[in-house]
Design a protein around this ligand. Structure first.
Ligand SMILES: NC(=O)C1=CN([C@@H]2O[C@H](COP(=O)(O)OP(=O)(O)OC[C@H]3O[C@@H](n4cnc5c(N)ncnc54)[C@H](O)[C@@H]3O)[C@@H](O)[C@H]2O)C=CC1
Ligand SMILES: NCC(=O)COP(=O)(O)O
Length: 340
């Protein structure tokens, strides 16, 4: 019996069916890639969608319906079938399939909650088309927080030697200042501090905290959030023993000499942090949701509709997201992942 039969099971949701998600998932059937994982991988998708895309792109692997009891087979992708609502065309979004996209997440989540899966890894979804279907949706991060009744979670992207967490996530820019409250900054820092230890084994993380305004407010001449909101929280948490640098000017924070002083960065909003992160690591970075009761990692890229169906989408970020989920599972279980 293969050592993989008893390995943790990682559920991979294949995401938006018109995007690159299904075809990067198909790449997981490749023996050489699969050998990287000391885990069993099950892809959640419509099996006909995967079969059609595999045939069109001449992918060599086999597909098989997922059965936990069956030993894994080289070159075979295990698929947990969820039916599409409408036929999917690469590059062409259809709101009719938005419920399908959410059903993939629901199945992965319920499997993680029941212990069937050790972690979930998500391929990209298209936020806009889910809203077009009349379902308010701003991202996996917010969706999983709500579905697990977790009052606050933290989005963090990691790659290229950087880890960048965010106080606010998918908000219009005009709503950001009001959302950067003392409570938001403090709760985010507490989760980040705890999870750097739990997920990365860094017990006393040094956290670089950005200001909100240019030059971190320039002493109050370019904004007051640093003085009134961020600095008081940092003082309180430093008194508890946390190592926090800031509030730092966000532009120079992403320079080598400053980054060397920290283990991770806390940015105040999405593009403040993720622009630098994606410049450093796009295609092999990952996204992780900190503070959830389950382990969830994700690719660092979106649906790339213009590439869908071309076979040119790079599966690199998905592979790293799976590897890191496996490492987090092992760390949570108190062991290092063993190579199968
Ligand atoms: N984890 C998720 O579910 C994410 C979803 N999105 C969603 O994706 C949609 C499109 O977002 P965009 O900002 O256009 O970002 P995008 O990541 O889809 O595309 C940005 C650029 O990167 C390229 N690209 C993306 N993935 C690639 C891959 N695997 N291999 C090679 N090239 C790749 C695209 O062709 C494009 O030029 C939006 O609805 C957005 O919300 C965006 C980021 C993450
Ligand atoms: N920029 C990250 C992103 O859009 C993915 O967010 P989420 O779907 O993981 O919440």
């Amino acid at each position: 019996m293969s050592a993989l039969s008893s390995a943790p099971v990682i559920a991979v949701s294949s995401g938006e069916p018109a995007g690159v998600g299904p075809e990067i998932c198909l790449r997981l059937a490749d023996c050489a890639l699969a050998a990287r994982f000391p885990a069993r991988i099950v892809v959640l998708a419509d099996r006909s969608l995967l079969a059609e895309r595999a045939e069109a792109l001449h992918f060599p692997g086999q597909l098989r319906d997922w059965q936990a009891g069956l030993p894994p087979q080289a070159g075979t992708l295990e698929v947990l079938h969820q039916p599409l609502a409408a036929a999917a065309t690469p590059g062409r979004l259809d709101p009719a399939n938005s419920r399908y996209v959410l059903a993939l997440l629901e199945r992965a989540l319920s499997g993680c909650q029941s212990g069937e899966f050790a972690a979930m890894v998500t391929a990209p979804v298209h936020k806009g088309v889910i809203n077009d279907a009349g379902i308010p949706f701003s991202g996996h991060t917010e969706y999983l927080a709500e579905r697990t009744a977790t009052p606050r979670v933290v989005m963090m992207l990691a790659g290229g030697g950087l880890r960048v967490a965010l106080v606010t996530t998918h908000l219009p820019l005009r709503d950001v200042p009001a959302a950067v409250t003392q409570t938001a900054v403090e709760e985010t820092l507490r989760i980040l501090h705890r999870e750097m230890s739990a997920k990365y084994g860094i017990d006393r993380p040094r956290i670089l905290v950005a200001g909100l305004n240019p030059h971190a407010g320039e002493g109050g001449y370019l904004g007051h959030e640093e003085i009134e909101v961020i600095a008081p929280v940092l003082e309180r948490l430093r008194a508890e023993g946390m190592t926090l640098l800031g509030p730092l000017p966000a532009d120079t924070m992403f320079s080598r000499p400053v980054l060397e002083r920290g283990d991770c960065v806390l940015a105040m909003y999405h593009d403040q942090g993720l622009t630098a992160l994606k410049y450093a690591s796009f295609g092999h970075g990952i996204n992780v949701t900190l503070g959830l009761p389950i382990i969830r990692t994700s690719v660092d890229h979106g649906t790339a509709l213009e590439l869908a169906g071309s076979g040119r989408a790079d599966p690199g970020s998905l592979l790293v997201a799976i590897e890191q989920a496996i490492e987090m599972v092992a760390r949570a279980a108190g062991s290092r992942p063993a190579r199968a």
